[in-house]
Design a protein around this ligand. Structure first.
Ligand code: GUN
Ligand code: ZN
Length: 433
């Protein structure tokens, strides 16, 4: 079965379908199976469901070992206690040793594009890119930039800004567009609390210079927002801190964006900057509940992020479930209109085309449509039935997605491909790879 959002806002839902992938790894056709015109070489995936590969718009590679630890702490305490020590240890050797397993874990969960923060170290960021290059996953990665409250205890404070900009510039020159565009660079000032106005402005200028991405955190937690107000008293609100740096534009990926004023929402729409909605993280750290329905109605560009390790799992299906639960709670407490509810198939759209559009890649990935690159995942719906061995009993596209979101199985993603190439990670289908 082929199931995919389509660029025109519709849904491709073919019960017994054919996806033909050409030698360049592009989708030549996606249509109902017909015995009359089969391609030369055929892999029979029945009874799998084929979906577009998932896009994780926001994750932290060094933080994976901490996943599931520290729920309920406020953000700034959690960062100090659990995260900065872990990132401090994410040197080149650690990255070389663990990044391959991290990318296999993303692929095993069905993520074929991951947008990730490394740590503040240039050499380990380089190792993370090298691991992504070898693995085959599509990745946008950046070296974290912090010229305030850094966990680099060795560096002369007077040199942090220039060093961080130079190293990031070099990494972008080496990796932005590598592997035929499968790897891209994101300039990554951590957030306004740990960056000076100079760091924000200069990093945004470098991102423009390279045609690369610019990613940071925005309006996640009450304590963080207070701190930003204290540090940037002239800014009208949190988003304005980044706007004054010239950073709020297309190719900006702003994680969280929970507690926004109407002005900030309108400015996001106008600027075409993207939001990485990370509901699993937001529940885990009790950061807040993003009014997704209102943002979508306003026209904000939204994709989904795991935010591991503030999000406890790499699976985007678990992120979708946290998002759906968040929306239910907002409805139950009178803060969201039920008519704006995001349907199961629309969660898939957010996790595929939505994320792709934030990255400006909606022309090449995010859906199963002819001409796109073959970033695909195969899912076994039999693993999600309530009774083992039962037929899936699912008819509509919404029902298929509902099962995957609310009854996921850790092994249900059986294969993942980027540009038609099978990725290591998922348990694998007999006869493939
Ligand atoms: N804000 C600044 N850094 C971080 C981080 O590592 N995780 C989360 N969730 N928020 C942040
Ligand atoms: Zn984050």
């Amino acid at each position: 079965r082929l199931l995919s959002p389509t660029a025109d806002g519709g849904v491709l839902d073919v019960q017994d379908g054919l996806v033909e992938v050409d030698a360049e790894g592009r989708i030549a056709r996606a249509e109902p199976w017909s015995a009359e015109d089969p391609p030369a070489e055929v892999v029979d995936l029945r009874p799998m469901v084929l979906l577009p590969g998932l896009v994780d718009l926001h994750a932290h590679l060094p933080q994976l070992p901490n996943a599931g630890l520290g729920s309920g702490l406020d953000l700034l305490t959690w960062l100090d206690r659990y995260i900065f020590p872990l990132e401090r240890d994410y040197g080149a050797v650690t990255a070389r040793g663990t990044a391959p397993a991290a990318f296999r874990a993303f692929a095993a969960a069905g993520t074929t594009t991951v947008v990730a923060y490394a740590a503040i170290w240039a050499d380990s960021t380089h190792e993370a890119f090298a691991a992504a290059e070898a693995h085959g996953i599509r990745a946008v990665i950046g070296k974290v930039m912090m010229d305030r409250l850094t966990y680099d205890t060795e560096i002369d404070p007077a040199e942090i800004l220039e060093t961080s900009l130079r190293q990031s510039d070099e990494l972008a020159a080496r990796w932005h567009g590598a592997a035929d565009g499968r790897l891209r660079y994101a300039f990554t000032p951590r957030f306004a609390v740990s960056c000076s106005a100079d760091m924000l402005r200069e990093s945004a200028a470098l991102a423009r210079h390279h045609g690369a991405y610019w990613q940071t955190h925005l309006s996640e937690d009450a304590g963080e927002i207070d701190e930003v107000r204290r540090l940037f008293p002239d800014a009208s609100d949190y988003l304005d801190v980044y706007d004054r740096a010239g950073a709020v534009a297309e190719r900006a990926v702003l994680a969280h964006a929970i507690h926004l004023s109407d002005r900030e929402v309108a400015r996001l729409v106008e600027s075409r900057a993207g939001v990485a909605h990370c509901p699993a993280s937001n529940l885990f750290l009790s950061s807040g509940m993003m009014p997704l329905g209102a943002y979508l109605r306003a026209g904000v560009r939204v994709g989904l992020g795991s935010d591991v390790a503030a999000g406890p799992e790499v699976s985007m299906f678990s992120v979708m479930r946290a998002g759906a639960v968040t929306q239910r709670v907002l409805e139950l407490t009178g803060r969201a209109d039920r008519s704006l509810a995001v349907k199961p198939i629309d969660w898939l759209r957010l996790a595929t085309l939505g994320g792709a559009a934030v990255l400006g890649l909606e022309g090449s990935i995010g859906s199963i449509e002819a001409g796109k690159e073959a970033d695909l995942i195969a899912i076994d719906p039999r693993l999600t039935t309530p009774l083992p061995g039962d037929e899936p009993r699912i008819a509509s596209a919404d029902d298929v997605l509902s099962r995957l979101i609310f009854r996921p199985h850790p092994n249900m993603v059986r294969a993942a491909w980027v540009r038609g190439r099978l990725l290591a990670g998922p348990p694998g289908l007999g006869g493939i790879g």
